[in-house]
Design a protein around this ligand. Structure first.
Ligand SMILES: Cc1cc2nc3c(=O)[nH]c(=O)nc-3n(C[C@H](O)[C@H](O)[C@H](O)COP(=O)(O)O)c2cc1C
Length: 305
């Protein structure tokens, strides 16, 4: 049991806006993720009946545990957004709240990491979501000072958060620099059973390190793009190059079926480079994959990899 959920693995697919669409989440659910996250979903979009926002609520039958990650600047708005999710019957295991995104288009109106400066609203958000009956997972970033991080986690946990994921970079660092692991060790020690880790998870050793600190779950983010088989590798399963290529070819068909050709091309290009790295003549194949204009062309390149 992690964060109120029964997970088959402590390795989770992190929320990645523009990346963790339905087909991509399904791929990772089938390739070892214990839990998947939607992209962050706008509560303003949900309450305004925005069709594109609703599109993000689709769940695959292969996702055993999936968290819908919400964002909004106000507790009442987030509660309303969550109710829309419930009414539309989304098969979600828990609510996630994004208090981590540092991008100005999100923080400008008080959402994402801007909430790290508003503990009162953050606490009310968690309390409001808890009344809906699902576990609540919050994702934050580290503060400049470790004590401030621990105080904010305390606010969230006291409000009823079932899990707090800390990304060991400050909002000011955005996605650059090295993620701090010591803050995760400290938080996991202070709040046993409640802390998940995010930041620079690229190898099995990275995963093991976070788990050794007492983090209950580890979020795989950019590391899954540079190695789509990292979840499986952690369980000891190492696929041959032929298997990897076949898995990607199967993904290309499924992604096209679920999301259409254009989005399938975008998703496949993200993964193709990493898998073609191991092919003969990899430099040329990777270049061709990156510049390919269509799905058929990409499939042909994969068949040659
Ligand atoms: C393209 C991209 C989109 C992201 N979208 C979200 C998001 O929607 N919600 C969120 O909480 N974090 C988001 N993140 C942050 C990741 O979940 C993760 O915390 C971060 O990338 C650090 O992990 P890494 O260094 O292993 O990539 C995003 C990161 C990237 C690179």
């Amino acid at each position: 049991m992690i964060g109120g959920l029964e997970l088959k693995s402590p390795l989770c697919l992190a929320p990645l806006a523009g990346v963790t669409t339905l087909a991509v989440r399904e791929f990772f659910a089938l390739h070892g993720a214990g839990l998947t996250h939607t992209e962050m979903v706008s509560c303003a979009g949900l309450v305004r009946d925005n069709a594109k926002t609703f599109d993000m609520l689709k769940v695959s039958e292969h996702e055993s545990q999936v968290i819908v990650q919400l964002f909004g600047n106000d507790d009442a708005l987030v509660a309303d957004g969550a109710e829309v999710v419930m009414k539309r019957g989304g098969r979600f295991s828990a609510f996630g709240v994004n208090m981590a995104c540092p991008m100005p288009k999100i923080t400008r109106n008080g959402s994402g990491s801007a909430l790290m400066k508003k503990p009162d609203i953050a606490a009310k958000m968690v309390k409001g979501l808890k009344t809906l009956g699902l576990p609540v997972w919050v994702k934050i970033r580290k503060f400049e000072k470790p004590d401030d991080t621990l105080c904010f986690v305390d606010v969230l946990v006291s409000a009823g958060a079932d899990n707090v994921c800390i990304h060991g970079r400050t909002p000011g660092q955005r996605y650059e620099g090295v993620a701090d692991r010591m803050i995760l060790a400290e938080a996991a020690g202070r709040f046993p059973g409640l802390i998940s880790a995010s930041g620079d998870v690229k190898t099995c050793a990275d995963i093991e390190e976070y788990l050794s600190y007492g983090c209950v779950a580890v979020m795989l983010a950019r590391g899954t793009l540079s190695n789509p088989f990292l979840f499986e590798e952690w369980t000891g399963r190492v696929r041959t190059q032929e298997e990897r290529l076949n898995e990607l070819l199967a993904f290309s068909h499924r992604a096209e079926e679920l999301e259409g050709t254009h989005r399938a091309v975008v998703a496949l290009k993200r993964f193709a480079g990493s898998v073609l790295r191991f092919a003969h003549g990899s430099a040329e194949l990777r270049h061709r994959a990156m510049t390919a204009s269509g799905l058929e062309e990409l499939r042909e390149i994969l068949k040659r990899g």
